[in-house]
Write a protein that binds this ligand. Sequence first.
Ligand code: 5GP
Ligand code: ZN
Length: 112
Amino acid sequence: MDCIFCKILAGEIPCSKVYEDTLFIAFLDINPVHKGHILVVPKRHFVNMLDTPDLEAEAIYKVTRDLSKALIEATGCDGVNLVQNNNAAAGQEVFHSHLHIIPRYENDGLKF
Ligand code: 5GP
Ligand code: ZN
C-alpha cells in the first residue's frame, strides 16, 4: 500500500518517534507549525477519523491528552491545538488517520 505513515510504521521511512504503545505511534511532524508538533497515528491503517473504529477512536484522546501534557512540560508552550483534517476538502494530505498536537504560544498569531 502506498501510504507514507504505513511505511513509517514498517520502519521503511525514518521518523522522530516520541511515543509508542500497542495501538499508536506518535512522531514529530516533518513540517512543524511550531517545534514539537506531534502526530498521533493509529498503527492500523484507516483513512481518517471517519472510518476509525471505536477501539482507536476512543483510545486516541487519552493518549493525546497525556502527550499534550508532556509536550507542554517539555517545550514550555502555553497551549495546544488538537487538529484532525478529515477528507481532502478539510485539508487532509496524508490519508492515514492521525491527530495533530500543535504547540501554541501566547500571541503567536496563528489561527486554527
Ligand atoms: P494532514 O493535512 O493530512 O492532516 O497532515 C499531514 C501531516 O503529515 C502534515 O503536517 C505533514 O507535514 C506531515 N507529514 C507528511 N509526510 C510526512 C513524513 O514523511 N514524515 C513526517 N514526520 N510527517 C509527515
Ligand atoms: Zn497507512
